[in-house]
Design a protein. Sequence first.
Length: 167
Amino acid sequence: GMSHERADRWDDNANLFGILGAGGLAYKLGQEAVASFRLPSHFMPNINQANGQILFGQKSVSPFFSELGSFKSRPLSEVVQGLRNGTISPESVPIEIIVRNGQRITLNNRSLLTLRRAGMEPKIIFDKTGIEKYEYILNTHLKGNLPSDVIKIRGGPPGTSLIGPLE
């Protein structure tokens, strides 16, 4: 389960090296220590819910990645195609989450969306629960809305939901 996965702190500009071996995926990130990914038990009132799918933490996203991140303003559709044809590995699309009420909510909505549209789930997950800066980011994303398993791309027709194949 989740408790056996390992994760490093992710920085957009860091060089991430993945080594795929019989023991799974090992990561070395600069001099950073590797921390075990484990949800504190008090954040998990309902274990089944916490092990359920990761939710979006925003109502809508831009059709392009941030210019600051590793995908440098690329269209989401281009990254979805890369994930599908194997030129982009799901390990290169890490996400950060915060756990609230037993629900895992992403801070990286575009990354999660591209993985979902490619038919994949995140391979690298960083738990930022309880870290003030990240809790604040989630609040600014949610703007009082509830997390959801669907998200809209801004600029699409009204009410467009993005679950389903990419045209």
